[in-house]
Design a protein around this ligand. Structure first.
Ligand code: ADP
Ligand SMILES: Cc1ncc(COP(=O)(O)OP(=O)(O)O)c(N)n1
Length: 276
């Protein structure tokens, strides 16, 4: 059967050889949510559940050419960015996104892997803010990333809200402050649309298998947007998707294990539910 209504999503990100984060997590998530996935590679990382053993960036030219191949043939319904690594790759991505007028841009401002390896050069943060954030529908910082974007220390709830306001003023329509790095019994994410805050929360799972949670979550938001969901609707599905993916862990690798990208679909089919 063919259809003219296939939703298409593009990820612009780095490769994680271990398959838990980066391009691999994004494409698995798109597939699980019924969206056709496309990828523009920014860097290869030698990586597993123990950490990042090497980073090998592509040239900005190679990134721009991949984006042109997509832009000249396969208009995405939503786009996400992950590991962009350098200022010149960010400039190339921002330039091509503006050139093709791509909408529904989700920015996961990936800076440092959980093990501490830098995935964005320090001098590229200003380029991310200046060149890319004004194009974003939504940006999804974790708390350490929000601290770097704002220069604030984020311990208190009121400071997290103030940081969301400041990041919103940098250009994105919406900001979601992810709560994975906060303490407490709940994993609480805060969506700010420039006017109001909406809370999305779930029980915090005590596990080592959280490698790639941010990539998977932002990819699920991107898939929802590609299918025409509202941002709030896309975040709601993404929250359920990541909760299932963390809960039904795969138990592979000897470090921070990957999440389970097929848990959400398996649960829904067991419940007789339709895929959203
Ligand atoms: N231990 C956990 N239990 C439940 N949800 C979690 C847990 N860790 C992270 N999350 C959720 O996963 C998503 C990604 O958050 P986070 O881990 O902060 O991102 P990142 O991988 O970028 O650091 C958020 O929705 C967050 O609330
Ligand atoms: C290639 C690549 N891209 C992004 C990340 C960061 O992924 P994230 O979802 O934030 O998960 P952790 O690295 O924090 O486990 C990555 N590691 N590799």
């Amino acid at each position: 059967m063919t259809t003219t209504e296939t939703a298409k999503a593009l990820t612009i990100a780095g490769s994680d050889s271990g398959g838990g984060a980066g391009i691999q997590a994004d494409l698995k998530t798109f597939q699980e949510l019924g969206v056709y996935g496309m990828s523009v590679l920014t860097a290869a990382t030698a990586q597993n559940t123990l950490g990042v053993q090497g980073v090998f960036p592509l040239t900005a030219e190679a990134v721009a050419r991949q984006l042109d191949s997509i832009g000249q043939d396969l208009t995405p319904d939503a786009v996400k960015t992950g590991m962009l690594f350098s200022a010149d790759i960010i400039e190339a991505a921002a330039d091509r996104i503006a050139h093709y007028g791509w909408r529904n841009l989700v920015i996961d401002p990936v800076m440092v892997a959980k093990g501490g390896a830098p995935l964005l050069k320090g001098d590229a943060v200003v380029t991310l803010i200046r060149n890319l954030l004004p194009h974003a529908l939504i940006i999804t910082p974790n708390l350490p990333e929000a601290e770097i974007l704002t220069g604030m220390k984020l311990f208190k709830a009121q400071d997290i809200r103030e940081a969301a306001r400041r990041i919103h003023a940098m250009g994105p329509d919406m900001v979601i402050m992810k709560g994975g790095h906060a303490g407490g019994d709940l994993a609480r994410d805060l969506l700010y649309d420039g006017t109001a805050f909406t809370v999305f929360e779930s029980p915090r799972i005590h596990t080592m298998a959280t490698h790639g949670t941010g990539c998977t979550y932002s990819a699920a938001i991107t898939a929802g947007l590609a299918k025409g969901l509202t941002t709030t609707g896309a975040v709601r599905v993404a929250k359920d998707f990541i909760q299932a993916a963390i809960e039904d862990s795969l138990g592979i690798g000897s470090g921070h294990g990957p999440t389970n990208h097929f848990a959400y679909r398996r649960r829904r089919s067991q419940n007789g539910g339709e895929l959203t």
